[in-house]
Write a protein that binds this ligand. Sequence first.
Ligand code: AHG
Ligand code: MN
Ligand code: MN
Length: 335
Amino acid sequence: MSQRNQTLGEFIIENQASFKYTSGELSRLINSIRLAAKVVNHEVNKAGLVDILGAAGDTNVQGEDQQKLDVYANEKFIQTMTNRNIVCGIASEEEDDFITINSQDENHQNKYVVLIDPLDGSSNIDVNVSVGTIFSVYRRVTPVGTPVGLEDFLQKGINQVAAGYIIYGTSTMLVYTTGDGVNGFTLNPAIGSYYLSHPNMQFPEDGRIYSVNEGNYIHFPQGIKDYIKYCQMEEGDRPYTSRYIGSLVSDFHRNMIKGGIYMYPKSSKASNGKLRLLYECNPMAFLAEQANGKASDGFTRIMEIEPTELHQRVPFICGSKNMVGKAEEFMQKSI
Ligand code: AHG
Ligand code: MN
Ligand code: MN
């Protein structure tokens, strides 16, 4: 079979043997994610047609308004993984606490927990701009057959066994890693299959795009301000180009393909920035490193940060290796 026509299903089967643990459980998990993603994709794409936009009336644990599609995506991913009895626990950006699945039943020997940002970039839904889903997978550390505990979710990013995102964009793509490079699959909506369209994705080592919410400039730490000025300076291949969608998944995806840096620094308004370590930063950091990129909080490798709480936020700098390295230099010089 030529690689050009390879479907995600075929790719999963062919690569299953290369996973560290070959019970097939991780393959089934990726399978259930691709299925839920198809359902959510269908809903996202008809968002402009039906009256499902607007806040659902709830606020999530971060005190933000939830839009209906956030709730829908959250339910679909949780339902799919619960019904298929594939994981032993799920933590979601939209849930206050983690969810335990059948872990007390001795017949359920599931080893994996999933952490998920069901709909990322939700403020972009009602303006027809790309949104995404981010997921992160760990092996549980507590014994199989016992209820999952907080320690199963509060693991360092370096322990991830898989991570990925779905981007609901001009086309829908599933991009993921199991620690052996990053591969991107594009959904053919007519057939409902994903095809390997972007094998072995790599961040260019240098890039010319910087992505940051510059409206917060005056609140940024000095190192970030200095790096932004460096990006704008007329010298060599600079000034760089500024691109910021406000959907982490979309900004990351573009920067991985074209070369660039994404930054959500801390600010005088938000001492740890905005993005969540477990649902957003760690999975993106794993993907970035697997694609020859880099992710840091300015001082520490993201995947080595010890998590202390489920909804923890951290400053996030991620993208082309040399650009992230340069931003770190400015951060470290400024203290
Ligand atoms: P979510 O929709 O899951 O809450 O995440 C939104 C995140 C991220 O996707 C995006 O890059 C960032 O928030 C944008 O924040 P600002 O509007 O503050 O720039
Ligand atoms: Mn998000
Ligand atoms: Mn979200």
